[in-house]
Design a protein around this ligand. Structure first.
Ligand code: ZN
Length: 182
């Protein structure tokens, strides 16, 4: 990982920041810098009251995410270079995203999932989950391929979320202008 990353400076980025559309790259170095990034991501997820957070959501195009489906510290899970191996069943549920405040989209996803990933020590593991945790894995894995809940919107959902999406686009345009001035 690049030594230029300052974990304390990482912030949650919002749509339409282009980093959210990038196909992320494989993590190759399991070092202290990576550990600090993950710690920072757990903090940002918790303070944002989210259940999952993927690297592009903090501006890093790396294949990793953190999640916690219960809020209990013991359920913190970091998945590095994850692969969803099996999906079973299908359930539709409303989802939000820390990068899309005030947007909510019904997404149909597998009810049961198996994941293979690496932990912070670089050890490979496999795990199965159902319902919320399985859904989080699928949502976060989407982020690593540049996919957002916006990509699942029906026409009705597009209309329902139009104002919130426009607001995000306006905010991003305003902040980009500010950046150009300095
Ligand atoms: Zn998300």
């Amino acid at each position: 990982m690049s030594t230029s990353i300052k974990p304390d400076k990482l912030r949650i980025v919002h749509y339409p920041d282009p980093v959210l559309r990038r196909v992320c790259t494989t993590v190759e170095r399991f070092d202290d810098s990576l550990r600090q990034v993950l710690e920072r991501m757990f903090t940002l997820m918790r303070t944002g009251k989210g259940v999952g957070l993927a690297a592009p959501q903090v501006g890093l195009d790396l294949r990793l995410f953190v999640c916690n489906h219960t809020g209990e510290p013991g359920d913190n899970l970091a998945c590095i270079n994850p692969e969803i191996l099996d999906l079973d069943g299908a359930v539709e549920m409303e989802e939000g995203c820390l990068s899309l405040p005030n947007v909510s989209v019904a997404v149909r996803r597998g009810q049961k999932a198996r994941i293979r990933a690496y932990d912070i020590e670089g050890r490979q593991f496999e795990r199965e989950a159902t319902d919320l945790l399985a859904r989080i894995w699928q949502h976060e894995s989407d982020h690593l391929d540049g996919r957002l809940i916006l990509d699942y919107m029906s026409e009705a959902s597009r209309i329902a979320n139009r104002r919130a999406i426009k607001q995000l686009e306006d905010d991003y345009a305003a902040s980009s202008k500010k950046r150009l001035r300095v």
